[in-house]
Design a protein around this ligand. Structure first.
Ligand code: FES
Length: 348
């Protein structure tokens, strides 16, 4: 089945520049079709470019109750699809949306006065923005607190819209947080910890907690919640940003990759890259058998362990925090930042 046959075809009807590096685009599906999705979910979006389809998993930034379908995308370093969307996507262009997916969604059976705490960092706000709009639109009694951390005010997504929601709804509170002091490009002393977030939101009774941040803050907050006795059933986190190897602003260059087979009898294959490419592309070109399927950082078929050297992964991807911390990467979205050694599972 081709991409054309497998998804919902539509056209871009509006492109909004949110920040210097992020855009929201709205899509009208063919024949006025209305996509059924839950706030917090994502979908695979495909864009035709010449003879190639660019594909990327994107979170919905509209809520299911709004009369338009929108996605918000932040450009990621060396991200081919995010760069295309943020720099070149225009009104009228074709896009195909696959079926919505994801479990990072609101509970179906919560009481109207339920308390919700959302923790978002950077573009991690996108699925949370959709959820907050749905909650505020349907239920005035829900008690909602958002902690939103960014490097600086210029990086904040949906700032005006969030301020308007905050102004209109007494039950909605926002804690803005910035990791860089004004004029200082290197200071990270203002980084949040999980304990600091708990202190900010206070203990106002049982809540559902939603976390959509980079791996370190997510883990710190999850640890703090566990230590304070919050049930796992009330903690929800988005793994799309879970990539501990991400290195901001690293200059990518062709590197030497050593593929080491994991069995005792295994051999090594060392390849000098000729251009900047993913570990999977290098392995394929060198005839090293690395399994793969989606090539989008979604299915985990290409998961490998990096045993030496640092790498960077395109986001979003679905690697878990635990796997990232154990040194695993998804080869289809991973670039080497220096000469690296990776372990390839040997097939029996
Ligand atoms: S091939 Fe699916 S995650 Fe890499």
């Amino acid at each position: 089945m081709s991409i054309r046959d497998s998804g919902y075809s539509g056209r871009v009807v509006r492109v909004i520049q949110e920040t210097e590096t992020a855009v929201t685009f709205e899509v009208a599906l063919e024949h006025g079709f209305r996509l059924n999705f839950r706030s917090g979910q994502h979908a695979l979006a495909s864009f035709p470019l010449g003879n190639t389809w660019f594909r990327r998993v994107l979170s919905f930034s509209s809520s299911p109750d709004e009369n338009y379908l929108a996605f918000t995308v932040k450009q990621v370093w060396h991200g081919r699809v995010s760069t295309y969307i943020t720099e070149r996507l225009r009104v009228g262009e074709r896009v195909v949306i696959d079926s919505p997916q994801g479990e990072f969604t609101l509970p179906l059976d919560a009481p109207e006065s339920q308390r919700y705490v959302f923790l978002a960092a950077g573009s991690g706000i996108v699925p949370i923005f959709s959820m907050i709009k749905e909650l505020l639109g349907r239920n005035e009694l829900a008690d909602i607190t958002l902690v939103y951390t960014n490097r600086s005010p210029e990086n904040v997504l949906f700032k005006r819209a969030l301020e308007v929601l905050d102004f209109r709804h007494e039950s909605f509170k926002i804690h803005w947080h910035y990791t860089r002091k004004e004029g200082d490009v290197s200071d990270h002393s203002q980084r949040l910890s999980g304990d600091a977030v708990l202190e900010l939101v206070g203990d106002a009774g049982p809540a559902h907690y939603y976390v959509s941040t980079q791996a370190a803050l997510a883990k710190s907050f999850l640890d703090a919640l566990a230590a304070s006795g919050v049930s796992e059933t009330h903690v929800h986190f988005e793994l799309f940003s879970a990539a501990s190897h991400v290195t901001d602003g690293v200059e990518l260059q062709p590197r030497r990759i050593t593929f080491e087979y994991s069995s005792l009898l295994g051999k090594e294959v060392t390849v000098q890259q000729k251009q900047v490419e993913t570990l999977l592309e290098t392995a394929n070109a060198a005839g090293v058998a690395v399994p793969y399927n989606c090539t989008l950082g979604n299915c985990h078929a290409c998961k490998l362990k990096v045993v030496h050297g640092s790498t960077v992964m395109d986001e979003p991807n679905t690697l878990s925090i635990q796997d990232a911390q154990a040194g695993y990467v998804l080869a289809c979205v991973t670039y080497p930042c220096e000469d690296v050694v990776v372990q390839v599972p040997r097939k029996n």
